[in-house]
Design a protein around this ligand. Structure first.
Ligand SMILES: [Zn+2]
Length: 73
């Protein structure tokens, strides 16, 4: 897989990443496996990872302001 922005090489890393679900709700996924471009630094998330992340988001209470979820593989 290549970077969709610059075509550079990707490196698999594990990182913590915040996602804004709405104006008031932020979810931080810890230990999220992503690919990062070695050239421009763009993060890419593969489809199975995003699907799992979306499942986590669906289960977040709308009243939550900040939640930290460990993304266990
Ligand atoms: Zn790139």
């Amino acid at each position: 897989m290549k970077c969709h922005v610059c075509g550079g090489g990707l490196k698999a890393i594990v990182t913590d990443m915040p996602f804004m679900l709405s104006q008031t709700t932020i979810i931080i996924l810890k230990e999220l496996p992503v690919s990062q471009c070695e050239n421009c630094g763009e993060f890419l998330t593969e489809d199975p990872i995003m699907e799992r992340a979306e499942t986590i988001f669906e289960n977040v209470d709308e009243a939550t302001e900040v939640e930290i979820v460990r993304f266990a593989a």
